[in-house]
Design a protein around this ligand. Structure first.
Ligand code: FE2
Ligand code: FE2
Length: 223
């Protein structure tokens, strides 16, 4: 019930201009999320709205822009979950299956994202691929929000602190990392992107507090 309450609170910021501008997403990031689950729910809602817009539009240019935005948003979202959220949850709920399945679903989505980005709007089956990606995402979001998040809410995880870390990492990625220009297909291939993330994280650890660095290191090690 608490999760539902948080979700309602976060609906408003997610309805900002995320659907039309990557920078607006970054701008939204300036506002602190109430907690990790609220942040992730807001991300889910925002990208689902983008898929809805894609379905409605007839403009090829608009479709191309939306698809790019969708791929960027999903790439950043998946990365912060894999680097920070999933490792913390795996430790807290001790139910490996949920996280394992979510990770596999991420990989399926990434594969499709890579196809969409490498082929571009003129690529084969572009519309169909974006639509199927939306279906993947809807399924994945339902599992996270209906199965994983309720379990997370019952743990002693500090969701506010976790939310701050997610937000910080998200801002980094939106402003210059994997979620922006690097949304080329090469940047989306799992191992290469993980290596990039690892380098970035190591660099960050030098300037962060010890607690944050250790926590981040644990998350990375579990990836
Ligand atoms: Fe998610
Ligand atoms: Fe996810």
């Amino acid at each position: 019930m608490a999760a539902r309450k948080q979700s309602t609170k976060r609906k408003q910021p997610s309805k900002t201009k995320r659907g039309t501008s990557r920078k607006s997403s970054s701008g939204r990031s300036a506002r602190q999320p109430s907690d990790a689950l609220a942040l992730l729910r807001a991300d889910h809602q925002a990208v689902q709205q983008l898929f809805q817009q894609f379905e409605k539009t007839r403009s090829e240019d608009r479709k191309a822009a939306l698809a790019e935005q969708i791929c960027n948003e999903l790439t950043v979202h998946a990365q912060i979950e894999e680097e920070i959220f999933y490792p913390a949850v795996r430790e807290a709920i001790r139910e490996e299956d949920l996280i394992d399945e979510a990770t596999v679903e991420h990989q399926s989505a990434k594969d499709l994202i890579a196809q969409i980005e490498s082929g571009g709007p003129q690529g084969e089956l572009f519309d169909a691929k974006v639509k199927v990606l939306g279906e993947y995402v809807n399924h994945h979001v339902r599992e996270e929000q209906n199965e994983m998040f309720p379990q997370v809410r019952k743990t002693k995880l500090d969701l506010k602190e976790l939310g701050q870390r997610l937000q910080q990492r998200k801002m980094e990625l939106m402003e210059g990392g994997a979620g922006t220009e690097s949304s080329s297909s090469s940047a989306l291939t799992g191992s290469r992107r993980k290596n990039q993330a690892a380098k970035t994280t190591k660099h960050r650890q030098k300037s962060e507090g010890i607690v944050a660095a250790i926590t981040r290191g644990i998350g990375l090690a579990r990836e």
